[in-house]
Structure formats: C-alpha cells, structure tokens
Design a protein around this ligand. Structure first.
Ligand SMILES: [Zn+2]
Length: 91
C-alpha cells in the first residue's frame, strides 16, 4: 500500500482511536496527552507539530509502521485543528 493510503486510513479511523482524553496540556495545543481508546489501553502521545515525524505515540502501531504518525496522533490533530484552528497549529 502507498504511504499516502496508509496515512489516510489512519486519519479515517482516527476519531475512534483516542476515546477519552485523560490528560492534556493546559490551554495549549502542543504538549503531552494521555488517551484511552475503546480498546481500553492507555497511550501516551507527545504532540509537537502538525507534520509527520514531529510527534510520538506509545501505541504499538506507531512503533512499527515507520509512517511517523498513527491513529491517535491523527485523531488528536483533527481535534486540535477544530479547537485551535489550522493557522495556529500549522504555524
Ligand atoms: Zn499511536
């Protein structure tokens, strides 16, 4: 599968991938998050920027997919864009 397809698959399934946000930075978009997807496992997500390979996630997919992103990261980016606006995030 093309890398673009692999990433867009993660973007489409992303919204269900974070479930509850257990911890987030105060009033800022970027920082450390803890999320708990429906699967019940907690992941630590370090959000640093809008691009690939800028962020880190502790989920098993991120560890092996070599894409520099994963479902929880993509889902958080979507939520952050809604909350903070794309210009703020992408700057
Ligand atoms: Zn992940």
């Amino acid at each position: 599968m093309l890398i673009e397809e692999q990433i867009s698959a993660r973007q489409q399934r992303g919204p269900t991938a974070i479930g509850k946000i257990l911890a987030k930075p105060d009033g800022r978009a970027y920082g450390d998050y803890e999320v708990r997807p429906a699967s019940g496992k907690k992941y630590h997500v370090a959000m640093r920027g809008p691009g690939l390979f800028e962020n880190f996630c502790s989920c098993p997919d991120f560890a092996v997919n070599t894409l520099g992103t994963c479902k929880p990261i993509e889902a958080l980016l979507i939520r952050l864009r809604k909350r903070f606006g794309r210009p703020t995030l992408d700057r």
